[in-house]
Design a protein around this ligand. Structure first.
Ligand SMILES: Cc1cc2nc3c(=O)[nH]c(=O)nc-3n(C[C@H](O)[C@H](O)[C@H](O)COP(=O)(O)OP(=O)(O)OC[C@H]3O[C@@H](n4cnc5c(N)ncnc54)[C@H](O)[C@@H]3O)c2cc1C
Length: 417
């Protein structure tokens, strides 16, 4: 073969066949590869200032949303956490949480649902990954229990629920409060997104009880900085910070054993929208549906122990966990029989912060004009954190604003009028 012919063949090989053969077919239009998505990172956080309007202690859900609202009010804020924002010890570190419009029929908390849902939805819309999954919620009633249905909630009978939620074994005598417009919210990720959206850089510092510089009328921070006001959103750690006022009888960390059960491949009956969150007061168990493939999460409503939030083991406990798993399976056998033999795909022990009244604590510390404590409201404070944070920020802005009597410190210390 001559050199010319070789060159010609090589050139032909590089030309698409149809063109080379003189065919009429057009070269197929090639799609450009997709552009890498543009960074959705928000503006960088600012460096801490030496004096700020407010220091927020605790970067769990309540602290994060309190800081978020304070920033929106135009306040300068520093946010501190002993273990870092989104840490694995915080109660807010669970992967997903339910925003339940029923709120056990309690109008005070049901009144916080709409604002919280709107805030989570807005945050979810701007987050890199959506954080909100619409999900209905059902609260069954124990025998003889009469809970008033909050707004947008209906009372349903077992017979009516049987045709709608076929995964659940309903009894004719069952009664439940039903809310269509609940949501599952990303837990730990939700906290981090709120902080990012507030353009704050949380500082990993163990903060002491407030040190007030009376002469300058500011709170001293450990690095020499100062703050005009201070908010302790430290959940179950509030007893550690204020042992004289918040004794373990008044506020404590309580433990739950959690189990995630894996439905079969392709089974969508245990995911929203088919599966609601189920607060089964009639039997004493909670169930959150399968979101993001994490499995159906079940746990007993009653806590199994008081714990130290710093040191307790977050694995499901060997003895108590085995008992708890047997109890959950027994409940599933009666209530959701198709899940009774499902494998456990994850298990853990987690804590919540419970006050003696079961309510939220949101009040000023005694003799401290601008130091606030907030925490408690076991089982609901994560989802309601946007509205709780807004209340805290409103108190910081307006010292004369009255404290909600059910959330007052005096109710725990016994000095309520
Ligand atoms: C099994 C289980 C299921 C739940 N399900 C739901 C649900 O579906 N929906 C819902 O709304 N809620 C749910 N909850 C409740 C929810 O987890 C909590 O109410 C909520 O996360 C509490 O948030 P927080 O910000 O008050 O406390 P935390 O998240 O505990 O945050 C407190 C932070 O303070 C920090 N801190 C402590 N001491 C100091 C210090 N000295 N200096 C600096 N930082 C400090 C800690 O490191 C921590 O990060 C559930 C709880 C449990 C246990």
């Amino acid at each position: 073969m001559t050199l010319e012919r070789r060159r010609l063949l090589a050139a032909l090989a590089a030309v698409p066949a149809a063109v080379a053969l003189g065919g009429a077919a057009k070269e197929p239009k090639r799609k450009d590869p997709p552009e890498p998505r543009r960074s959705r990172r928000r503006k960088g956080a600012k460096a801490p200032e030496s004096h700020v309007d407010v220091a927020v202690i605790g970067a769990g859900a309540i602290g994060a949303w309190t800081a978020w609202h304070l920033v929106r009010q135009g306040k300068s804020v520093r946010l501190f956490d002993a273990y870092g924002a989104g840490n694995g010890r915080a109660a807010s570190s669970l992967a997903s949480m339910m925003l339940d419009p029923v709120q056990g029929g309690d109008a005070l908390y049901a009144g916080l649902v709409d604002d919280s849902l709107a805030a989570w939805r807005k945050l979810s819309d701007t987050a890199s990954l959506p954080m909100l999954t619409p999900c209905a919620a059902l609260t069954t009633l124990a025998a003889g229990e009469t809970l008033a249905p909050p707004r947008d909630t209906t009372r349903e009978s077992g017979a009516a629920l049987r045709s709608r939620f076929t995964q659940v074994a309903w009894r004719d005598e069952d009664a439940a409060l039903f809310a269509e417009k609940g949501a599952m919210i990303a837990g730990q990720r939700g906290v981090l997104e709120a902080i990012l959206d507030a353009q704050l850089t949380p500082e990993t510092v163990v903060m002491p009880a407030p040190l007030r510089d009376k002469r300058r009328d500011v709170y001293a921070l450990p690095d020499g900085g100062t703050a005009g006001g201070i908010v302790y959103a430290c959940g179950a750690w509030l007893t550690e910070l204020f042992p004289q006022i918040l004794t373990p009888q008044r506020l404590s960390a309580v433990r739950h054993q959690l189990f995630h059960f894996g439905p079969g491949q392709g089974d969508v009956q245990f995911r929203p929208p088919a599966m609601p969150a189920l607060i089964d007061r009639a039997y004493g168990f909670n169930l959150l549906p399968d979101v993001e493939g994490a499995g159906v999460r079940c746990w007993r409503i009653a806590a199994d122990a008081s714990v130290d939030p710093d040191s307790f083991d977050r694995r499901a406990d060997a003895d108590a966990g085995a008992r708890a798993l047997a109890d959950v399976r027994q409940w599933l056998t009666g209530r959701l029989p198709r899940l009774a033999a499902a494998p456990v795909v994850a298990s853990a022990a987690a804590h919540d912060c419970r006050t003696a009244t079961g309510d939220l604590l949101l009040d000023r510390l005694p003799d401290q004009p601008r130091a606030w404590v907030v925490g408690g409201a076991a089982g609901r404070a994560f989802a309601l954190a946007p509205a709780i944070g807004a209340r805290v920020a409103a108190h910081v802005a307006d010292a004369a604003r009255p404290v909600e009597p059910r959330w007052a410190l005096a109710r725990l210390t016994g000095s309520a009028p």
